[in-house]
Design a protein around this ligand. Structure first.
Ligand SMILES: NC(=O)c1ccc[n+]([C@@H]2O[C@H](COP(=O)([O-])OP(=O)(O)OC[C@H]3O[C@@H](n4cnc5c(N)ncnc54)[C@H](O)[C@@H]3O)[C@@H](O)[C@H]2O)c1
Length: 321
């Protein structure tokens, strides 16, 4: 009987890792998950995501840190891993100003460990998370995969460096690497440090929502359901060495517009406008033709529908009627 292939997913207790794993587990795929369950945001939310994943017998979980290459290597040796989807990282741009070392450890050393152990253990296919933050502040939109890179903060620099390390590993060790530049992903089980979650949370907890840059930011919000579908359809082409893809919806939304939509479905929180934050970029807008070509995916979820799904999930998760 043919052995079932093993997919290693790092950052499995995180927003994207969880949603992707859940979808793959439902298709009976064999998933090995890694996460250190750090406290960058609610540990409870991460543990609740894991509880959902642990309901599947085809899921194995290891609480380990990317920095600990010995414990990672034990996992790599124990299982025949066919593909890695590396999503674990220290995320967040503002946090990188106060905590650069967390990024150095998880995003530089951690990323290196994953590639180095892949080389040693002859794991060829790796998808890894980059970010729209590699582009930095620019005026030419939409950004495509060949636009110049000019990160505005240590987080963006860590992702740009990941792409550069990946291209060297692809060249010298024949690894097949695909880097994904995610653009502001939102949706069910989303991250409490991101704007849409914060707005909804502020409304139900009667907190103030601080609207940066007086609401003039534009973000290319990309719905998690679409992201999962694209990641699952993504193909390693024969000639793949180090390929880069934007995952974006190609529809930048002005932050202020979110309030207009949400006001139809919930009471808005108290809003305090404030100036641009240092690590933020003013606008993101990614061209997504390359990922559409690779995956054939083009039915992007309408933003209002995605927001409504997020709100419904938030209420169900927090048991609010
Ligand atoms: N969500 C987005 O909009 C977005 C945008 C651009 C890039 N990304 C990238 O996509 C990936 C997934 O993002 P996410 O939104 O799911 O973030 P997330 O923070 O929800 O998930 C990351 C997970 O990795 C784990 N982790 C962090 N450092 C670790 C370490 N040293 N060892 C083991 N586990 C560790 C965390 O505990 C967390 O559960 C990240 O690499 C992120 O930088 C996300």
């Amino acid at each position: 009987m043919k052995r079932k292939s093993n997919i290693l997913i790092t950052g499995v207790a995180g927003f994207i890792g969880f949603n992707l794993s859940l979808s793959l587990l439902k298709e009976n795929k064999q998933i090995i998950g890694i996460d250190n369950i750090n406290d960058y945001y609610s540990v409870k939310l991460k543990k609740d995501r894991l509880t959902e994943l642990k309901k599947f017998k085809n899921f194995k979980f290891f609480k380990t840190d990317l920095v600990n290459s010995n414990s990672l290597n034990k996992i790599f040796k124990k299982y025949k891993i066919d593909k890695i989807i590396h999503l674990a990282a220290q995320a967040g741009v503002r946090y990188s100003i106060e905590n650069p070392k967390k990024y150095l450890n998880s995003n530089f050393v951690g990323f290196f460990n994953i590639l180095e152990l892949s080389r040693i253990n002859k794991i060829k296919k790796i998808i890894y998370a980059s970010s729209s933050s590699v582009y930095g502040n620019t005026k030419k939109f939409p950004l495509n995969e060949y636009s110049s890179l000019n990160p505005n903060n240590f987080y963006g620099l860590s992702k740009k460096t990941n792409e550069e390390i990946a291209s060297i590993y692809a060249k010298y060790y024949k690894l097949k690497l695909i880097g994904i530049r995610f653009f502001t992903v939102y949706g069910e089980w989303g991250r409490p440090d991101m704007s849409i979650f914060k707005i909804i949370d502020a409304s139900f907890k009667n907190k103030i929502f601080y609207l940066n840059n007086y609401g003039k930011h534009h973000r290319d919000f990309t719905y998690i359901g679409d992201v999962v579908k694209m990641l699952k359809k993504l193909k390693f082409r024969k000639k793949t060495t180090n390929e880069i893809y934007n995952i974006s919806s190609n529809k930048p939304i002005k932050l202020g517009v979110i309030f207009n939509i949400l006001s139809k479905y919930m009471k808005l929180p108290k809003i305090k406008k404030r100036q641009l934050q240092k690590a933020d970029v003013v606008k993101t807008h990614g061209n997504n033709l390359k990922i559409i070509k690779n995956t054939g995916f083009k039915n992007f979820t309408n933003f209002e529908m995605g927001l409504l799904n997020t709100l419904k999930w938030y209420k169900a998760y927090n048991k609010i009627n």
